[in-house]
Design a protein around this ligand. Structure first.
Ligand SMILES: *[C@@H]1O[C@H](CO)[C@@H](O)[C@H](O)[C@H]1NC(C)=O
Ligand SMILES: *[C@@H]1O[C@H](CO)[C@@H](O)[C@H](O)[C@H]1NC(C)=O
Ligand SMILES: *[C@@H]1O[C@H](CO)[C@@H](O)[C@H](O)[C@H]1NC(C)=O
Length: 258
């Protein structure tokens, strides 16, 4: 790993991509409760917090594949992930939205990219240098605003607690000026303690960070997107409702703009 220091420095210089800044008014995250139960629509009986935005991080890849099963041979605790997008303004399902997810494997690695522990700036994005795209993909929400993915419970890596990245577009694009939502799903604090007991997570040599030790989690309302797992043998499943305001967009650093 330390042999890579020089390489890392070169990469940093070579691969810093400039993201043009977008005009608009910066908004504070609105933590209002979305009470869809009062709309008395059968499919939309829920109460939740407007989903908080989080930073995109450096490892999103724009050449995502449209697919539900993104495991691509990666092993770990299989995870069936159901995401439902709700319009926070009227509780209607957001159908036809493009939902991208990406997560680290059990050993804490992302496919396709060289990983870095330090970034020269927040806009730093390493270019893809491998063809692998495991644990990445996108789906289009159905008429109920839902998508289903098969992934694995992620492992931990430098500086971060367990999380799955989510990025939503209202159309088929990955243009940084057209992002409806960027967030991260988290897990219960104790989950990695259990994972450490089983292969391949037990071989993950990265320093483990718990939720409360992670700056992104703490600074960007991580508690609001903890998803609860239901276990069945070596499989887990979970559902999460993301209540979004479709009239705003977000910068890749998680700042909301209108
Ligand atoms: C989105 O656009 C890409 C590139 O043109 C295309 O390959 C893909 O099939 C499109 N996806 C959907 C769901 O239309
Ligand atoms: C998240 O929730 C936990 C448990 O309730 C609490 O101890 C912690 O302070 C919360 N973190 C933040 C940043 O609000
Ligand atoms: C995100 O970027 C915008 C534009 O560069 C900046 O004004 C804002 O303060 C940044 N937000 C954070 C959380 O760094």
């Amino acid at each position: 790993m330390f042999k890579l220091v020089l390489l890392v420095t070169l990469f940093n210089i070579a691969y810093v991509s400039t993201h043009s800044e977008r005009p608009g008014k910066f908004l504070e995250h609105d933590r209002s409760i979305v009470n869809c139960a009062r709309y008395k629509r059968e499919a939309n009986q829920h109460t939740c917090v407007l989903a908080p935005f989080a930073t995109e991080g450096p490892y999103f890849l724009a050449d995502d594949l449209e697919r539900s099963d993104i495991t691509d041979g990666q092993t770990g605790v299989n995870l069936d992930l159901n995401l439902k997008l709700t319009n926070a303004k009227d509780c209607s399902p957001l159908s036809g939205y493009f939902v991208h997810i990406w997560n680290a494997n059990a050993l804490g690695h992302y496919s396709g990219v060289q990983e870095f522990n330090k970034f020269p700036k927040q806009t730093f994005r390493p270019k893809p240098i491998y063809d692998t795209r495991w644990l990445r993909g996108y789906q289009v929400t159905n008429e109920d605003g839902e998508v289903n993915f098969k992934t694995i419970v992620p492992g931990w890596y430098y500086g971060r607690c367990l999380h799955i990245h989510v990025e939503v577009y209202s159309k088929n694009t990955t243009d940084t000026n057209a992002i409806t939502y960027i967030g991260q799903l988290y897990f219960k604090r104790e989950l990695p303690v259990q994972l450490k007991l089983v292969e391949p997570y037990s071989s993950n040599q990265n320093e483990l960070k718990f939720n409360e030790q992670d700056k992104v989690f703490n600074g960007m309302h991580g508690n609001d997107t903890i998803t609860e797992l239901v276990f069945e043998e070596n499989n887990a499943k979970t559902s999460f409702i993301l209540a979004l305001d479709p009239t705003v967009t977000t910068l890749t650093n998680g700042t909301v703009v209108n």
